[in-house]
Design a protein around this ligand. Structure first.
Ligand SMILES: *Cc1c(COP(=O)(O)O)cnc(C)c1O
Length: 361
């Protein structure tokens, strides 16, 4: 690692690729002869319009987003999306949610303010350590959509197979797995992701929405800013957008395209996660806390037999230069978030450390 940087295993905000940070640093004082930093630019200027257009075109290419989907950059991150989804997509006032952990629960709570929520499947019985069977969900005929959190950041589970929504619109929170693997966009009505986990700076979400879901007839009390159609019609320039985040995300989209796209990212993520999971599977001290078939490639929770030892290991990793390995308070133990930008060497170094710790204890 250069610049005295640390292997940061935070669940978010999280690491960004060094070459991207270097490029941003090089453009900081004068972006491509504009005489300004991107932070200082008018969002109506030609130079920023080009940044926005390029970011969208690159993301469309990267994910293979069909023409009948809009790409929106919306401020407020994940929590605003929890509200926007029901406000915009509940026509009949009924939606199905799959309850797989803390983030789907937050989405459920928010949707309940707006309409009727049916929990079609849940993994609450085992503290969200697996993804429930979603092959034969009970989806009422009047349900407006089926909602999933595709990667539960806190619990470390992911869907390796999408639910059968019985023909209803699928909505997915991809915040902690966005751009980590190929995505068949046409299977979803709406995909959204807060960008601070796997892409760029906090405070913004990317929403990818099928055009026929954009509505003019929202409840008149819905705030203007919270209408997807308003953002779509204004090309994400209804208000002053988070120009800086859009610029940084655009850099990441380009970086991923040049690296070989999402299939290559997926290959690297699988290899990288296997380094840690293979270690956990043979360890006598540490154990992964998630059902094997539902393990996330991004967030890896694990634990020792006792809380005291968990805390000791967290402190020891911190002293050895690995940051943010403490597990979420609702799960305990440790958690290594190994998003796209965590280098494989970071995971190997962590595993070396844990192996030595185990040998000495
Ligand atoms: C972090 C996270 C969120 C919340 O994002 P904020 O930008 O903090 O509102 C929502 N969903 C998932 C899956 C997350 O990991």
């Amino acid at each position: 690692m250069k610049y005295g940087r640390t292997y940061n295993f935070s669940a978010g905000p999280a690491m960004m690729p060094e070459p991207v940070l270097e490029e941003i640093a090089a453009e900081m004082m004068n972006y491509r002869g504009s005489g300004m930093c991107v932070m200082e630019m008018s969002h109506r200027s030609k130079v920023f319009e080009d940044i926005l257009a390029e970011a969208k075109a690159d993301l469309r290419k990267l994910m293979g987003i069909p023409d009948n989907y809009k790409i929106l950059f919306v401020q407020g991150g994940g929590h605003v999306q929890f509200a926007m989804v029901p406000m915009n997509l509940m026509k009949n006032g009924v939606a199905c949610y799959i309850e797989t952990g803390a983030w789907s629960q937050k989405a459920i709570k928010e949707a309940q303010k707006y309409g009727e929520v049916k929990i079609s499947a849940s993994s609450k019985d085992k503290n969200f350590s697996y993804v429930p069977d979603c092959s034969n969900l009970d989806v009422p005929a009047n349900a407006d959509y089926v909602y999933i959190c595709e990667n539960e950041t806190i619990h470390g589970t992911t869907y390796h197979k999408l639910p059968d929504t019985k023909g209803k619109v699928l909505v997915s929170d991809q915040s902690s797995m966005f751009l980590s693997r190929p995505c068949e966009v046409s299977r979803y009505g709406l995909i959204w992701g807060g960008v601070q986990k796997n892409v760029g700076p906090a405070g913004m979400a990317v929403a990818i929405i099928r055009e026929d879901l954009l509505r003019d007839d929202l409840d008149s009390k819905v705030p203007t800013y919270l209408s997807y159609k308003v953002h779509a019609d204004a090309d994400s320039l209804y208000n002053t957008p988070n120009c800086w985040a859009i610029y940084c995300c655009g850099k990441i989209f380009r970086y991923l395209l040049e690296m070989g796209g999402l299939a290559e990212m997926d290959r690297r993520n699988r290899e990288k996660a296997a380094v840690l999971y293979d270690f956990l599977d043979q360890s006598k001290l540490f154990r992964g806390t998630v059902a094997k078939e539902d393990r996330s490639l991004m967030n890896v929770p694990f634990a020792t037999p006792s809380k005291e030892q968990d805390a000791e290991v967290v402190a020891a990793t911190k002293a050895a230069g690995f940051d943010n390995l403490k597990g979420h308070r609702s799960v305990g133990g440790l958690r290594a978030s190994i998003y796209n930008a965590m280098p494989r060497e970071g995971v190997e170094a962590l595993v070396d450390f844990l192996r030595k710790y185990e040998a000495q204890h």
